[in-house]
Each structure stands twice: as structure tokens, then as C-alpha cells.
Design a protein around this ligand. Structure first.
Ligand code: SF4
Ligand code: SF4
Length: 70
């Protein structure tokens, strides 16, 4: 079974569209694979840490996060 992989589309991500510039998807990532250093900054995705649980994918209303299965 291939590991699902999450990809962040930085062109699509608009932190200023999220409440107070805070990424709700990053807040819910228990692995700290998706991290936002500062409000209004695009979060960073660490694929090594990511489990592919897709919790963040369901949270991002701008569909900036997508899950792929290879
Ligand atoms: S990834 Fe989605 S939820 Fe997170 S800051 Fe970007 S647009 Fe907002
Ligand atoms: S898929 Fe899961 S582990 Fe990976 S960044 Fe999203 S919430 Fe975090």
C-alpha cells in the first residue's frame, strides 16, 4: 500500500484569508509536519514528518493542501 503524500500548493495558499492570519490546518497537525512560523506566513510542510493522515487537507478551505497516493 503506497503511503499517501500531502502536497502544499503555495500559490493557492492565502494566509490572510484565514482567521487572524493563522493557519488552522497547521494548528491541527499533531505531527508538526505542517508548521506556520508566524501569522500571515505561508506554512511549511515537512514531508519527512507527514503521516499522510489528511487532517490538514480537510481543514484548508482554499484547497491548498492535496493528498496524493502513488
Ligand atoms: S494552508 Fe490553507 S488553511 Fe493554511 S494558511 Fe494556507 S490557505 Fe490557510
Ligand atoms: S497529513 Fe496529517 S501529518 Fe501530514 S501535514 Fe497533514 S495533518 Fe500533518
Amino acid at each position: 500500500m503506497p503511503k499517501p503524500m500531502v502536497v502544499l500548493n503555495v500559490q493557492q495558499c492565502e494566509p490572510n484569508q484565514c482567521e487572524n492570519g493563522i493557519c488552522p490546518a497547521a494548528l491541527q497537525c499533531r505531527r508538526k509536519a505542517l508548521v506556520q512560523e508566524q501569522p500571515f506566513e505561508v506554512p511549511e510542510l515537512n514531508s519527512e514528518r507527514c503521516l499522510g493522515c489528511a487532517v490538514c487537507v480537510t481543514i484548508c478551505e482554499r484547497k491548498s493542501l492535496q493528498v496524493y497516493r502513488w
